[in-house]
Design a protein around this ligand. Structure first.
Ligand code: AMP
Length: 148
């Protein structure tokens, strides 16, 4: 039987990725695997005030990183308080590239992500990150659809 030792879950703080996260966590628990919780700060950076309410241009990059750290901290506090075997990862770049790179660099044997994310294109089968990761990753990918 295949045993997963390291499961990487990619989260963009959408309902869809929350749902995928639950699946990843339960797989990690069942296989006694390490859970890598990855968020990618979109580059070119998302300037619509998602991470911080008021953008200060001098400290933009730092504020965005701090905002992302806070969101990750609060996410893990809420969802992983009773689970020790996890690591948080926040990196900048193109989400699909970083999801694959981080999975490879950290020797993940499974990538879990939602079929859709914050882009909200519900009518398409896969969001663009999900589609690219599925097409390009050599590591197996589990996509999880959120049923409304
Ligand atoms: P999308 O293809 O952008 O609609 O998103 C599909 C899934 O990819 C989401 O549910 C997340 O699991 C993952 N994802 C999208 N963007 C990011 C990101 N910036 N950081 C980490 N994971 C992401």
């Amino acid at each position: 039987m295949t045993k997963f030792s390291t499961v990487l879950v990619a989260i963009d703080f959408s309902d869809s990725s929350d749902n995928a996260f639950q699946m990843a966590r339960s797989l990690a628990e069942n296989f006694a695997a390490q859970l890598l919780v990855l968020h990618v700060i979109n580059e070119p950076v998302d300037l619509r005030g998602f991470y911080v309410p008021h953008i200060s241009f001098e400290r933009l990059e730092q504020e965005i990183e701090e905002g992302a750290e806070k969101m990750m901290e609060s996410f893990c506090h809420q969802h992983l308080a009773d689970f020790d075997n996890y690591q948080k990862l926040i990196v900048s770049g193109l989400p699909y590239e970083q999801i694959i790179t981080q999975a490879e660099e950290n020797s993940a044997d499974l990538i879990v992500l939602g079929t859709h994310g914050r882009t909200g294109l519900d009518h398409v089968l896969f969001g663009s990150t999900a589609e690219k990761v599925v097409r390009k990753s050599k590591i197996p990918v589990l996509t999880v659809r959120l049923e409304e």
